[in-house]
Design a protein around this ligand. Structure first.
Ligand SMILES: N#[N+]C[C@@H]1[C@@H](O)[C@H](O)[C@@H](O)[C@@H]2O[C@H]12
Length: 448
């Protein structure tokens, strides 16, 4: 019996992404993508790790699905490797790639596991990057062609579609700071990328509606609840700017059809404002069925004259952190859910990622006792419960992540999974947190 009972139809799931788990980076006709290229350049990734093999999910997906079934997890968020379908990003189709996802998705469904498919989780075909990537507005049209193919092939099988995962990360880490693929450091270009990604989102939503498909479609944004370091008005303003930088620059176009004026003014003053054609805004604002949010931690922000271009910097507090160095702050999720409910017309919300990396160890009995991860997850889910009790329209929760996997610039150094992966032999070890999560799902709620 649960102490915190979630709504009857609440979606309990786990999440992964193609580049982080599939491997088979050059197998069965798959084209090169920007992460294949970026990880091949020494120095970009921790110990020069790459996703060439990853969790070898491409060959082990049936075994992994059996683990989902064993745990009673009946919702699974995955992403599609665009270059496995269109090796060049458009034109010739790689039928073996299509067949892989057909087998994967049909196997999930045959086991009673509902797929949620992300069309783009950062792995752009390299051929498209060679023409400028997301900075080139033409890539928007190639994304629409790719989506149309996927909707025709899988539209009747997949009930939940996510156009993009974290456009803020795609644009800022990939094109402003260069710490993610394609490794470009051009802030103004990054803002143009963000716009083009949002435009591609809106066009694909419009396409989905035109095909009269019966599922739901939305977008996933990484959201950081921003708090001022002190009550000084400069810190309060800095926190608002940070909220605009990470959250509102994406929330407002998608849900309100316009960019936030304070951020437009700031970027214009800094000569960073990209081309933002007015006729694009109605497309970007195409109505979505749900907003996906990824929440991991909060931001505590102070005014910082030297910080370009926002004059705002994060403050590291001496509070418990995950292995990523991120503060463990469950109330930030509660506050974000209420912020969204109050400012964006009670939009339906799916928590498409929440989880934590910790330095998991396999003990002498071959067990991973990750009570710290159970604590993190339980405390965040209690805040979700509290928000739902307040009337916030949260319909589901996908835990990040199902498997330990390739953690981008951190390589395999960070373990987010509830299933441990021994990369030396591809063995899977179900962690205590996975059994705990299976109980949460069975009880549809938390015991404490
Ligand atoms: N870092 N981190 C963990 C996790 C990352 O592994 C996912 O691919 C992203 O969607 C999001 O950043 C969150």
């Amino acid at each position: 019996m649960a102490k915190y009972n979630f709504p009857k139809d609440f979606i309990w799931g786990v999440a992964t992404s193609s580049y982080q788990i599939e491997g088979a980076y050059n197998e069965d006709g798959k084209g090169e993508n920007i992460w294949d290229r970026f990880t091949s350049i020494p120095g970009n990734i921790y110990k020069n790790h790459n996703g060439n093999v990853a969790c070898d999910h491409y060959h082990l997906y049936e075994k992994d699905i059996e683990i989902l079934e064993q745990l009673g997890i009946n919702n699974y968020r995955l992403s599609i490797s665009w270059a496995r379908i269109f090796p060049k990003g458009y034109g010739e189709v790689n039928q073996k790639g299509v067949e892989f996802y057909k087998k994967l998705i049909n196997t999930l469904i045959s086991k009673g596991i509902q797929p949620a498919v992300t069309l783009y989780h950062w792995d752009l075909p390299q051929h498209l990057q060679d023409m400028g990537g997301w900075a080139n507005r033409k890539v928007v049209d190639y994304f629409v062609e790719y989506a149309e193919f996927m909707f025709k092939e899988f539209g009747d099988l997949v009930p939940i579609w996510i156009t993009h995962n974290e456009p803020w990360v795609v644009s800022m880490l990939g094109y402003a700071w260069g710490i993610h693929a394609p490794g470009i450091k051009d802030y103004k270009m990054a803002l143009q990328v963000a716009h083009n990604v949002l435009l591609s989102h809106g066009k694909v939503v419009r396409l989905y509606r035109s095909m009269d498909l019966k599922g739901k479609i939305g977008i996933t944004l990484n959201l950081l609840t921003s708090y001022p370091y002190t009550n000084d008005e400069k810190d309060i303003l800095a926190a608002k700017i940070n909220d605009g930088f990470v959250n509102r620059w994406f929330l407002d176009p998608v849900l309100k059809g316009k960019y936030p004026e304070d951020m437009v003014k700031l970027y214009r003053e800094q000569n960073l404002l990209p081309e933002l054609p007015e006729e694009d805004m109605e497309i970007i604002n195409e109505k979505i069925d749900f907003l996906g949010i990824n929440y991991y931690t909060r931001s505590v922000v102070k005014y910082d004259e030297a910080s370009y271009p926002l004059k705002a910097s994060g403050v590291e507090l001496d509070n418990p952190k995950t292995d990523m160095g991120w503060e463990i702050y469950p109330k930030g999720l509660y506050d974000m859910l209420n912020y969204l409910h109050q400012n964006y017309d009670g939009i339906e919300i799916l928590i498409t990622e929440n989880g934590a990396a910790f330095n998991d160890i396999v003990n002498s009995n071959g067990r991973v006792i990750d009570d710290y991860r159970i604590f993190y997850l339980n405390e965040h889910l209690k805040e979700v419960y509290r928000a739902i009790s307040d009337g916030v329209n949260v319909k589901g929760y996908y835990l990040w992540s199902f498997l330990d996997n390739f953690e981008w610039a951190e390589g395999y150094a960070k373990r987010f999974g509830i299933v441990y992966v021994d990369y030396t032999n591809q063995n899977r070890i179900i962690k205590d947190s996975a059994y705990w999560y299976g109980d949460v799902i069975k009880n549809n709620g938390l015991k404490e």
